[in-house]
Design a protein around this ligand. Structure first.
Ligand SMILES: Nc1ncnc2c1ncn2[C@@H]1O[C@H](COP(=O)(O)OP(=O)(O)OP(=O)(O)O)[C@@H](O)[C@H]1O
Ligand SMILES: [Mg+2]
Length: 225
């Protein structure tokens, strides 16, 4: 039987996800600023590139070449050749770039599609009072279509908002984004400086609530043994 998992680039995260990122579905990492979302995206991208497969990376916050270099190390230039990077400037542009990625996917046959963050530009439109929710759902359905048609693993990252009545952080994009994401990992900063935790909050075939702690380091993340 064909394997339907792609390594996330980190063994603790792979274990949490029951063996890795599931292809043909969307996995979501959400968390507050500096919780490690972009770092985990870069680690997954580098692992996929190292395995010899192209990656499509939509970065709505400005891709950090410096951070990519830290994680990719000596292989940076070689790996960057197969990294197809899109940097939308607003939420409409994000939709256009998602549509344009089709050509690259058809010709380059990536195994991983990343959008970091799916909701940064959406948040700006929301603040402008536009009906951004529908547009976000359309964009995500478009990406889900790629996942299924081209057998890709997809990572979306999501920003959070504070629900003041419950004093808890939730991912943006409402239940639509929750339903579309078949695996959801929450990232949080712990009270101990530098410590972070990844917790599985939704999965189709793994128990929820599993977690591991990590630190962000120069070449990615470091987990406790
Ligand atoms: N080389 C490094 N060594 C150690 N820590 C680093 C290094 N580079 C970045 N960091 C730390 O990583 C954190 C940022 O992680 P990351 O960019 O993955 O967060 P994020 O969840 O994507 O945040 P945002 O919501 O702002 O996009 C910061 O705390 C930063 O200090
Ligand atoms: Mg980020």
């Amino acid at each position: 039987m064909k394997t339907d998992r792609l390594s996330s680039g980190n063994s603790a995260l792979d274990r949490l996800l029951g063996g890795g990122l599931e292809t043909r579905t969307v996995s979501q990492f959400y968390g507050s600023p500096a919780s490690g979302k972009s770092t985990l995206c870069m680690i997954a991208a580098v692992a996929c590139l190292r395995a010899g497969h192209p990656v499509v990376f939509i970065d709505s916050e400005g891709f950090s070449i410096e951070r990519f270099r830290q994680i990719a190390g000596e292989d940076t230039e070689r790996l960057a050749d197969k990294l197809f990077l899109f940097e939308p400037i607003d939420f409409d542009h994000q939709g256009t770039m998602i549509a344009e990625a089709d050509k690259i996917i058809k010709t380059q046959k990536p195994q991983l599609f990343i959008i970091d963050s799916a909701t940064a530009l959406y948040r700006t439109d929301l603040e402008k009072g536009r009906d951004a929710m529908q547009q976000l759902t359309r964009q995500m359905i478009h990406i889900l279509g790629y996942a299924k048609r081209y057998e890709l693993a997809v990572i979306i990252t999501n920003q959070v908002y504070m629900d003041t009545t419950r004093n808890t952080f939730y991912g943006l994009g409402g239940t639509a984004l929750e339903h579309l994401s078949k695996a959801i990992v929450r990232l949080e900063r712990l009270p101990t400086p530098g410590q972070r935790r990844a917790t599985l909050v939704k999965h189709r075939s793994q128990p929820e609530g599993g977690s591991f702690d990590f630190e962000i380091v120069q070449d990615g993340i470091k987990t406790k043994a």
